[in-house]
Design a protein around this ligand. Structure first.
Ligand code: FMN
Length: 191
């Protein structure tokens, strides 16, 4: 695959701690990778890991909104993968709220029909919250490819770790499939 651009955005669920390995997987698959994080996810990873991610991808890691006078620092995306996506963030995205950079990007991307995929990470208790299923449906109907349920992330009972088994390979392969027939520009943008 020629160098397609993947925006990889992580939220604060345990698999985000393995985001550096997912980035390596994507880089070895030929992607140019740009990393975005919710503020809590950025806090979990910590400054050392963020610096290592910037060195590895050659691009700034973003978790703060762009200031009006700042240029967009990344090449345009061919696909955006939001993984892991927490209960909090899935609901935030579905409601169209924009408390941080990742949410603002998703809100704009839905409006502009940018190619976006999302793989939640929720335990079975979170998954039964009535808002969660509704949010998944809202996002699906809005054109986001939700990698959830059969063929995607399947919730486990609370207390069972999702970190080791989180299906990063499946998520990246779905992103690859999503751009197989050509990329889509993500400009212009506001967030
Ligand atoms: C150890 C730990 C594990 C967590 N695991 C999950 C999880 O798997 N899924 C989830 O939705 N929230 C999980 N949470 C809660 C989120 O981190 C929390 O809701 C956070 O506010 C999400 O922020 P974000 O959506 O902005 O990234 C976990 C929290 C902790 C401390």
């Amino acid at each position: 695959m020629s160098s397609r651009v993947l925006y990889l955005f992580g939220c604060a669920a345990p698999p985000v701690l393995d985001l550096p390995s997912a980035v390596d997987l994507a880089l070895s698959d030929g992607w140019t990778v740009c990393v975005g994080l919710t503020p809590t996810a950025a806090d979990w990873l910590g400054p050392g890991t963020l610096a290592a991610l910037e060195a590895r991808t050659g691009r700034p890691v973003r978790s703060a909104p762009r200031r009006p006078y700042e240029e967009w620092p990344w090449p345009d995306a061919d696909a955006t993968l939001i993984a892991p996506a927490t209960l909090n963030s899935v609901n935030t995205f579905a409601l169209g709220l924009t408390p941080h950079f990742v949410a603002a990007y998703v809100a704009e991307g839905i409006g502009k029909r940018w190619p976006m995929l999302m793989m939640p990470c929720v335990n079975a208790a979170y998954a039964t919250h009535p808002q969660f299923g509704h949010s998944v449906s809202v996002l699906r109907d809005a054109g986001v490819r939700m990698l959830y349920g059969e063929g995607g992330f399947v919730p486990r009972p609370p207390g069972e770790s999702d970190r080791g088994d989180y299906p990063w390979g499946l998520a990246l392969s779905a992103a690859r499939d999503a751009v197989r027939d050509g990329g889509t520009s993500t400009s212009p943008r506001a967030e």
